[in-house]
Write a protein that binds this ligand. Structure first.
Ligand code: MG
Length: 186
């Protein structure tokens, strides 16, 4: 199958790293990111949050560790004959640093199969590339993609605790994601 994989919160363990950095920068003491809209969590304007990320992109995107089990899970998918396409809401300007991070972490990827939705819709890329299964952590994207008829695996996180609509399976680890995908195949 052709599998679409989000990056932040699915492959890159971005949020714990960003939590520390944002607390320092904005002089906050946030313990948990409980909303995907991080400017709300840190009580700053959307512009202030965007500016901070744009000005510090290199550091904020290179610093995170991979999510536990992501590398091994992706290797398993490839070994079992699946195709992997990364689809992130990062901007096209962040492609260079994103691909460098994937290489640094030894996470298998093909340069032309790392796609950047930016402010446009991930769903358009999902359709354009004929994705058959998607792995995501943001429940809004998960719902949009599931509504288009694709099975979606949502990696559990502090900011996605809402009840899930049909077609979305909550997983607590990459092992669970892999088992879910193997169950579709079988
Ligand atoms: Mg994400």
């Amino acid at each position: 199958m052709r599998i679409g994989i989000d990056i932040d919160g699915v492959v890159s363990d971005s949020y714990p790293c960003w939590l520390t950095e944002l607390n320092l920068h904005f002089d906050r003491n946030v313990a948990v990111i409980d909303d995907y809209e991080m400017h709300l969590v840190f009580d700053v304007s959307r512009d202030a949050m965007n500016d901070y990320f744009v000005c510090n992109a290199e550091r904020l995107l290179m610093a995170p560790k991979p999510i536990t089990g992501a590398k091994e899970g992706i290797e398993t998918l490839l070994r079992e004959g699946h195709e992997v396409i990364y689809i992130t809401a990062r901007t096209p300007e962040e492609k260079d640093v994103t691909v460098r991070w994937l290489s640094m972490c030894g996470i298998p990827h093909e340069h032309e199969r790392v796609l950047f939705a930016g402010v446009s819709s991930k769903l358009e890329l999902v359709k354009l590339w004929g994705i058959e299964v998607f792995i995501e952590d943001y429940q809004v994207n998960a719902r949009l993609i599931a509504e288009s008829g694709l099975p979606v695996f949502l990696l559990d996180a502090s900011y996605n605790q809402e009840e899930l609509s049909s077609g979305i399976t909550r997983c607590h680890s990459w092992d669970e994601i892999i088992k879910g995908i193997q169950a579709i195949k079988g």
